[in-house]
Design a protein around this ligand. Structure first.
Ligand code: NI
Length: 172
């Protein structure tokens, strides 16, 4: 089921999300809805708070080449266990901040540990776009958006655009 995506500014996007204590069918259904919503958008990552669910669940698929097979990933209670000192800059966007993009600098590589939908432990070393995406999505679980890395003026400009977009959508 495709779920509506919250648009910034929204207090639900600023909250610290709760860890998942048990991987239940409800969590698996949530993850499956999130993947469907992400692919439909379309986007390369989505965090549960973006659909108004304050749980530590993210989904992503940062396969760039459409000729390559998709790689849908579900990460429950993801945790960054190591970050590289080397940084990289990517132009980021966010499904909760449509059509706004800005350069963000983050560690170029990260090692992340999480729980799978089957309830097992997993760990992986991410590089490139995957590393940026997983950090961006984990930020969502901590109530942080990519625009929080920008200078206040730029952030305020984007926020005002989003307020206007929300007014227009409410009227439509
Ligand atoms: Ni986002």
């Amino acid at each position: 089921m495709i779920r509506p995506i919250l648009i910034h500014p929204d207090p639900r996007l600023k909250k610290l999300a709760d860890p998942v204590a048990d991987v239940t069918d409800e969590i698996r259904a949530l993850a499956s809805d999130m993947l469907e919503t992400m692919y439909d958008a379309p986007g390369i990552g989505l965090a549960a708070p973006q659909i108004g669910i304050s749980r530590r669940v993210i989904v992503m698929d940062a396969v760039k080449d459409k000729a390559d097979p998709p790689r849908p990933m579900v990460l429950i209670n993801p945790e960054i266990v190591w970050s590289s000192e080397e940084l990289s800059v990517y132009e980021e966007g966010c499904l909760s901040i449509p059509e706004q993009y800005a350069d963000v600098e983050r560690p170029a590589e990260v090692r992340v540990r999480w729980i799978t939908p089957e309830g097992g432990a997993a760990e992986e070393h991410f590089t490139g776009l995957w590393a940026t995406c997983v950090q961006h999505e984990i930020d969502h679980l901590n109530g942080k958006l990519f625009i929080d890395y920008l200078k206040p003026l730029k952030r305020q400009m984007i926020t005002r655009r989003m307020e206007k977009l929300k007014r227009e959508r409410a009227r439509a």
